[in-house]
Structure formats: C-alpha cells, structure tokens
Design a protein around this ligand. Structure first.
Ligand code: F6P
Length: 353
C-alpha cells in the first residue's frame, strides 16, 4: 500500500466530455484518503510555466456540478511536445527536465494523467525514467486508445452523431435526398460505426475498410428502388478520398456527397459535425465511466501500482500495463460485433468486410 501526501492531476490532448467528471471522482477519492490534490493546468504547459500553473483541488472545488460540465476545468493542450518544445525563435528544445523539476518542486509524489494514447506516450517517456508513480485514465472521442473497450468521451460523441442522424433523417425524407454526415475519429472508425448503427445509417464508411463509390451508389439505388429517396451516409474523416475526386480543398464528406450525386443523379448534401462531438455535457455512460475510472486510478496508486492505465473490459473497471497502451492507436476490426450487425441489417460498410 502507498500513502501519498500530495498528488497531481492533469488533462492532456484534445478535450472531450467527461474530463471534469474524472477530475471530480479522483479528487474525492484521493482527498478521502487524506491526500492533497493539485490540478496542473493546460497539460504539461502548466508545469513549464513560471511559477507552475496549478490549482488546489478540494471537495469544495470539485462539487457535483463538475460531473455535468463539458470540457476540462484544468485546460489542456495538443501542442508543445516537451521533448521538442518550440521556442519563440522557432527552434525546438528538450524541456522534459523542466517538467520533472516542476513536479518535484511542487512536492508531487504521483500523477494521474487523463489523456489519449499520444499523451500516454509522452508522459510515459517523462515520468517512468524519473521514477514518478503514475496512472493513466483513457479519454478520447476517437475511442482509439489500446487496452480498453471504451475511453471517456466516446459515448458522448456517439450520442451527438446519433442525434444528428435523427435530425438529418427527417429533412432527408422531406427532400428525398442523400445526406452525408462527416464525423471525427482521426484514423479510427469507432465513432462512425457506433454512431452510424445507433442512427440507422444506410452506409458507414470507416478508414479501416476499403470502399468503392460505384458500389455505394448501387447500394443507394437498390435501397431506394432506383428513385430519389432518403439515404443516410456516415463518412469518417479519416477515409481515403474517392478515386478521381479532384477537389482536394473540399471536406471528405462533401467529396462523397458529390460522388454519390454524380453517380445516382439524386440530390446530396453534406454536414460536417466537427467539434460538436467534443463539446457539451457528458452522456450518462461517460459519467459512469469517468466516475469509475477516477476512483480506480486513485485505488491503483494507493495499491502501489504505477505505469498502468484504468480500462473497461467486460462491464468492469480493470487496469492494463502501459506497455500495451503506448503502441496505439487502436482500430475497428472486421470481427467487431457492430460491423457484423451493421452488415446483417443491410448497411454498406465497405468492400473487404
Ligand atoms: O482526437 C480527437 C479529435 O477530435 C479527432 O477526432 C480530430 O481529428 C482531431 O481531434 C481534431 O483536432 P483539433 O481539435 O486540434 O482540430
């Protein structure tokens, strides 16, 4: 068992819904053990500030409202790799030593890092050689962190996609249009897959599986009996551009819409959902995941564990070694239950599945 006097918590990488809920749960669990908790602002940037940019996290600060609040009260960053930090003159400098010195000067004996696979890699490189105990909590709308079924923030993004498809379906029906919804996810198709199935999409295009726009057009004609009709297409931002699409400047969703309109003669429109998937209040499952993970991270530190990440497997919170996480990212595979379900329901999910 390990008893700490003071630990730090930070959020790193792109924001998502549920980060505040993790901060709240971890703070309550840690202060309940008599530990002092410092929130480090803006990821590692707060540790590079002079003096370090921190906030005392007490039960008063992390009241229940935080459970509902979107974003992160600590701020975050996606820039400024501490091993190659951009100086004002544009040159890059290794400032990792300063990060470690700041952690020590603040008297922090352990850290909870709420981040995606990229942040886990950076903090593993920073904290592990310095011998600072740390536990990661996975978060990202992309759900591409290896080692866990779900990351905090993912289900909120899926809810947003599902709601967008519900709304698009009525306007698609009124105008007998093809509606293409472009969703985030970077190089992984989890948001497209889960959101597409939840919202009843007719076509789901994911980066993991090749698609053929002629085959998609044939599918569209078949399900509409060759007449203009409502069709919902979900396109992940990371899919390859359609062959022969010369419009490099347009969004991938717009390119798919144009390609389908040309091939079918049916009217098509595109909506790019963008950062709406990251903002706002967390969905119920993200609140549960965040609360469980926040408490579990503290339990792991208390048990003397380090260099591991909280994870969700088979309906329960477990922990996985960081070695299996820093290899990321994770992708949808053809054996995924939802891929098979989508296919059986009659959704086009690609040529190779
Ligand atoms: O990784 C989360 C994510 O929202 C991706 O889905 C998306 O590609 C990217 O971040 C957007 O990053 P930014 O907010 O920096 O534009």
């Amino acid at each position: 068992m390990a008893a700490f006097k003071k630990i730090g918590i930070l959020t790193s990488g792109g924001d998502c819904a549920g980060l505040n809920a993790v901060i709240r749960a971890a703070t309550e669990a840690a202060t309940g053990r008599g530990w002092t908790v410092l929130g480090l602002r803006n990821g590692h940037l707060g540790l590079l500030a002079t003096p370090p940019d921190v906030v005392d996290l007490t039960t008063d600060v992390v009241r229940a409202d935080l459970l509902r609040a979107g974003g992160t009260m600590l701020g975050t960053t996606t820039t400024g790799d501490p091993f190659a930090f951009p100086d004002a003159d544009g040159r890059r400098r290794d400032r990792s030593g300063e990060v470690i010195a700041a952690i020590k000067s603040l008297g922090l004996e352990a850290l909870i890092v709420i981040g995606g696979d990229g942040s886990m890699r950076v903090f593993d490189r920073l904290l592990t050689p310095a011998g600072i105990p740390w536990v990661g909590v996975p978060k990202t709308i992309d759900n591409d962190v290896p080692g866990t079924d779900y990351a905090v923030g993912f289900f909120t993004a899926v809810e947003v996609v599902g709601e967008a498809l519900d709304r698009l379906s009525s306007t698609a029906a009124s105008h007998r249009r093809i509606m293409v919804l472009e969703v985030m996810g970077r190089d992984s198709g989890f948001i497209a897959l889960f959101g597409g199935v939840a919202g009843g999409a007719d076509v789901i295009l994911m980066p993991e599986f090749d698609y053929d726009l002629d085959a998609v057009a044939t599918h569209v004609r078949r399900i509409t009996h060759n007449r203009p009709g409502p069709v919902l297409v979900v396109a992940a931002e990371g899919i390859k551009r359609p062959v022969g699409d010369g419009k490099e400047g347009s969004s991938i969703g717009a390119a798919i819409a144009v390609g389908l309109q040309t091939r079918t003669g049916f009217d098509a429109r595109c909506t790019v959902l963008g950062h709406l998937q990251r903002g706002g209040s967390p969905a119920v499952f993200d609140r549960l995941l965040a609360s469980t993970f926040g408490v579990h991270a503290v339990e792991l530190l208390a048990a003397g564990a380090s260099r591991c990440m909280t994870a969700w497997h088979g309906g329960t919170a477990v922990d996985v070694p960081m070695e299996g996480v820093v290899t990321g990212p994770r992708f949808v595979n053809a054996g995924n239950d939802l891929v098979r379900a989508a296919k059986s329901i009659g959704t086009y999910v690609g040529e190779s599945v």
